[in-house]
Design a protein around this ligand. Structure first.
Ligand SMILES: Nc1ncnc2c1ncn2[C@@H]1O[C@H](COP(=O)(O)OP(=O)(O)OP(=O)(O)O)[C@@H](O)[C@H]1O
Length: 230
């Protein structure tokens, strides 16, 4: 579904992403892990054509993401609060995104029913603009909106960050449901156990390079913990 070829990003002469080859197959759930500054967000930004690679390319369904917008039809993503429209209420934002995806207000309402637990009564009917929500609740809005288009490919940058423990567990269940539906997912996280639980493959980035690419099994957490132990 996604093929990365000789992908590089340099800032001021420093290479922050350098991935000669990486293939993500349809239906795979990939956890992207790595220390601060490893290049995870930069990599996602190039997949989503938000920044231009210094070299190489990202193909989505065999087409360079820079040369066609077709991938936008089947890709849902949430990287940060910059993806939100912060002067709208969550309802206004969901209806706006719904409209872009051809959903009626009734469809949007039905879709949001699925997120009742995850929202924990703190997102809808709050009479507040998105900018006035906590970071964790803004994340919930972004994750729900990313899923609204019923995407084939879902890209989430640190979806567990800023969520309380109950919300993290609900998010894991939500992502596992999406995985069962066959959605291809690319999820970055600093929470090793969550990402291992949800994903069937882990890619470890260090200084922009892929240093491990492994299928998850019962020893993966131990392997990653020993890698990250200083
Ligand atoms: N616009 C920019 N200009 C200069 N350097 C940048 C820019 N964007 C990212 N970088 C650098 O690229 C490197 C990778 O950053 P990136 O945000 O992709 O890492 P990350 O793995 O997502 O980190 P974190 O886990 O802290 O979110 C960092 O050294 C960062 O400072």
């Amino acid at each position: 579904m996604i093929e990365v070829r000789n992908l590089q990003k340099r800032y001021n002469g420093v290479t922050v992403v350098d991935i000669p080859a990486l293939a993500i197959n349809k239906g795979e759930t990939i956890g992207l892990v790595g220390n601060n500054g490893a290049g995870k967000t930069t990599f996602f930004r190039m997949i989503l054509d938000l920044i231009r690679p210094s070299g190489g390319e990202v193909l989505s369904k065999d087409t360079n993401v820079r040369s066609s917008e077709d991938w936008k039809q089947y890709t849902g993503s949430h990287l940060d609060e910059g993806f939100l429209i912060d002067y709208l209420t969550p309802e206004e934002y969901f209806n706006f995104i719904g409209k872009l995806n051809g959903l009626t207000p009734g469809d949007v309402q039905a879709f949001l029913e699925r997120f009742q637990d995850f929202f924990n009564g703190e997102i809808l009917a709050q009479r507040k603009y998105i900018r006035d929500f906590s970071k964790g609740n803004q994340k919930k809005v972004g994750v729900a909106a990313a899923v609204m288009s019923d995407p084939e490919l879902l890209i989430l940058d640190e979806p567990f960050a800023n969520l309380d423990p109950s919300s993290q567990i609900r998010l894991k269940n939500l992502l596992k449901d999406l995985k069962r539906q066959g959605i291809t997912m690319l999820i970055s996280s600093h929470d090793l156990s969550h990402v291992i639980e949800v994903c069937d493959r882990i890619v470890l980035l260090e200084k922009g390079k892929v240093v491990e690419d492994m299928k998850t099994n019962e020893t993966t957490l131990q392997q990653l913990e020993s890698y990250f132990t200083v």
